[in-house]
Design a protein around this ligand. Structure first.
Ligand code: ADP
Ligand code: MG
Length: 696
């Protein structure tokens, strides 16, 4: 390997690293790696040891192995039924024994390799389900040159210790390892965010050490130490960021909203149902918070359908009674409209004088003007809307409460803009429909207090959930057909395609066409995906019942209430987190009818099937979230990059110990130094984290 020149500095863009081209920099940016420092701080998520090459004859099912051979055939194709791009190859080792190789969704492999190439592959050997022929799935591979000496085993080489970095198309762990190597001499310059005293108390290694041991460990312990330190540092930075945020929120007082029994009495009388115990507890939490001068900063963490809206409505009623206005921001127009109806039903009749209005960009200009005027004059007590609410020209006479629904869909900046609509700070209530375990809530939303809604209103029948073998897809279609014929509606969710939304949109479009032409000829089908401009119109038509079967990509917001929908069919269910599946399932079973959730898996491994069976068995979102976390780790639970934490940090959250330590250490620091001025590196890192979470 040629000796590479040193990159200029830690803050320099990664492209300053030799042999790292602009196209690579773009790919790295998608992984959150922009500067040389980012590259150094992004450790591999795992290492694999494959050992020296062996012959095919000597390997067996389940073994990790390295095999050297010549490509006898290679081809790429689209698997139609499973909607996967497959690259298949066969190599023959020097004794002539064949080994089948399969790569899923890595079509670029076929462009890089061709028949006759000599390659080394490393991976886990599997015996095929039928016939028992040996194969490797998604193996690491390396093209070998004539001159390659197989005895010479270097780290980062197939056959040696192989780092596994997170990748996007066009990158390989080997490439990243090479760039890291070039940047490694700068490790000593990376400033340590963890003060010495903390490091000593927590027995953590320093940052430079962690970078070196993480990228080039000599022992398993090296890697474990490096990971632990990095995980701690992340949690520590985040907690520091929360502490700073809390301090800044508390510095700007809110107008207290006193609790009044007669208001809640009137509110309850107008509801038409009894609040659940969980709703009562959460309502009480918010009332207590709002009665203080420290602005409320609370998260309603509740299962789908647990009735978060009623809690927010109770808070708005109390604000109104105190002469203050409220605002509710939802991520989509259709959700905002749904909120409008619900808030009106909950509030307008029982609390005379309380008017609810809608503000979305889809309204006519005069209508928007009218609502803006009502908000600015203080005439309107509650404005429900979308991003349109945070436009400059929207003003409130006296905003006392700001509510954000599906808060993960908004960035910190947008939430801040909404809060800034008040004179002084309004009380703030966030709602999320992803039930998350306590540890995770503390790690990710540490600046907020959390109320948990872990109880569903009575009288709901659980959604009948079934894992269906793809070979029996026809049976799933029959259930859909039966339900639609009975006057109900159905969702069909397409598999998650993480690499690109364009691809996801394409595959959903193809699926919708196929279903219309080949399966549901007699039904009115609709399609929504992230790239579609008229998403809201389509959803509206589904809500109105014009569309009978809605085909949707996974990324599309289906968080609307369609009580008439009774089937949720999910393709590629094994690629989703359990919590996500549970979310989808929550979209049906909202009406009185019996409803169904059908899970179809592309290529279910035994473990994947077991996970899906959990969804079929467990109907409580929190239990499911905990189970999922134990099985797959937290990163999977939240879906990629919703959290901004590396998987080392996520992994550490399986037990509360490291997080508790990080929290305690931050508390210790801010007790003496609330602004963290004595710890500039930490303060800067915390500020970066706040900014990071503000990009939605
Ligand atoms: P989510 O927490 O998912 O936002 P919603 O607030 O949309 O849930 O409530 C779901 C449905 O349950 C709505 O139709 C709502 O009117 C109803 N609901 C809420 N609370 C209760 C309750 N305590 N008893 C009966 N129905 C309720
Ligand atoms: Mg809701």
């Amino acid at each position: 390997m040629p000796v590479l020149a040193l990159p200029r500095a830690l803050d320099a863009p990664v492209a300053s690293i030799p042999k790292l081209y602009a196209s690579d920099a773009k790919r790295l940016a998608r992984l959150g790696i922009v500067t040389v420092r980012d590259l150094l701080l992004t450790l591999p998520f795992d290492w694999e040891t494959y050992g020296a090459p062996t012959e095919v004859a000597g390997i067996s099912d389940g073994q990790q192995a390295t095999v050297v051979g010549t490509i006898a055939s290679i081809s790429a194709r689209q698997s139609l039924r499973r909607r996967i791009r497959l690259t298949e190859a066969t190599i023959r080792d020097d004794a002539g024994a064949p080994l089948r190789l399969v790569w899923f969704n890595q079509p670029f492999v076929a462009k890089q390799l061709q028949r006759g190439d000599r390659i080394a592959v490393a991976g886990t050997v599997k015996a095929a389900r039928y016939g028992g022929a040996l194969q490797m799935q998604n193996p690491h591979y390396e093209k070998l040159a004539e001159s390659d000496d197989l005895e010479e085993i270097k780290p980062t080489r197939v056959g040696g210790l192989m780092p596994k970095y997170h990748l996007v198309e066009g990158l390989s762990s080997r490439k990243i390892a090479r760039w890291v190597e070039a940047a490694l001499p700068l490790a000593d310059k990376v400033e340590d965010v963890i003060p010495d005293e903390v490091r000593e108390r927590q027995r953590l290694i320093g940052v430079a050490d962690a970078i070196r041991r993480g990228h080039r460990p000599e022992t398993d312990q090296d890697f474990a130490d490096a990971r632990k330190r990095m995980a701690f540092a992340e949690l520590f930075e985040l907690q520091a960021a929360f502490a700073l945020m809390r301090a800044s929120i508390a510095a700007e007082p809110a107008t207290p909203i006193p609790y009044r029994q007669e208001v809640i009495d009137a509110f309850k009388a107008g509801l038409g149902f009894e609040l659940t115990n969980a709703q009562r507890r959460s309502t009480w939490d918010t009332f207590k918070d709002m009665a203080a001068t420290v602005p409320m900063n609370r998260l309603l963490n509740g299962d789908v359908g647990s009735g978060k809206t009623a809690v927010a409505a109770a808070a708005a009623a109390m604000a109104h009674a105190a002469g203050m206005q409220s605002v509710v921001m939802a991520p989509t127009e259709i959700l905002a409209r749904q909120h409008l109806h619900r808030f009106r039903a909950y509030l307008e009749e029982s609390l005379p004088g309380l008017t609810v209005e809608l503000l979305v960009s889809g309204q006519s200009a005069p209508e928007r003007r009218r609502v803006r005027a009502a908000a600015a004059s203080g005439h309107c007590a509650l404005v429900v809307g979308t991003h349109a609410l945070i436009e400059d020209d929207v003003e409130f006479a006296n905003l006392g409460l700001a509510v954000v629904d599906e808060q993960h869909r908004f960035g910190t900046r947008q939430r801040e803009l909404l809060r800034a609509k008040g004179r002084g700070r309004p009380h703030f209530l966030a709602m999320t429909a992803t039930p998350i375990p306590r540890t995770l809530a503390l790690a990710l939303y540490g600046e907020m207090s959390v109320s948990v809604l872990d109880e569903l209103p009575p009288g709901r029948t659980p959604v009948e959930t079934e894992v269906i073998d793809p070979a029996e897809r026809g049976r799933a279609y029959e259930i859909v057909r039966r339900e639609v014929n009975a006057g109900h509606q159905a969702f069909v969710i397409c598999p998650l395609i993480e690499e690109s939304e364009t691809l996801a949109a394409k595959s959903a479009t193809a699926e919708a066409e196929r279903l219309q032409k080949e399966v549901f000829l007699e039904f009115r089908l609709g399609l929504v995906h992230g790239r579609l401009k008229e998403k809201d119109e389509v959803m509206q038509r589904f809500v109105a019942g014009e569309i009978q079967v809605l085909v949707a990509t996974a990324v599309v917001e289906v968080g609307v209430d369609v009580p008439n929908a009774s089937v949720m069919m999910i393709e590629g269910a094994d690629r989703f987190g359990l919590a996500q599946l549970h979310q989808f399932r929550g979209r049906v079973g909202r009406g009185a009818a019996r409803s169904y959730c059908l899970l179809l898996a592309d290529d279910p491994s035994e473990a994947a099937l077991q996970r899906l069976e959990l969804v079929a068995r467990i109907h409580d979102g929190f239990t499911l979230a905990r189970e999922d976390m134990e099985r797959r780790g937290i990163g999977e639970l939240m879906g990629p990059r919703q959290h901004g934490l590396t998987d080392a940090a996520m992994e550490s959250l399986r037990s509360p110990a490291l997080l508790d330590d990080a929290r305690a250490e931050v508390q210790r620091l801010v007790a003496d130094d609330p602004q963290l001025d004595r710890f500039p590196a930490l303060k800067a890192a915390a500020a970066r984290r706040l900014e990071l979470t503000s990009i939605s």
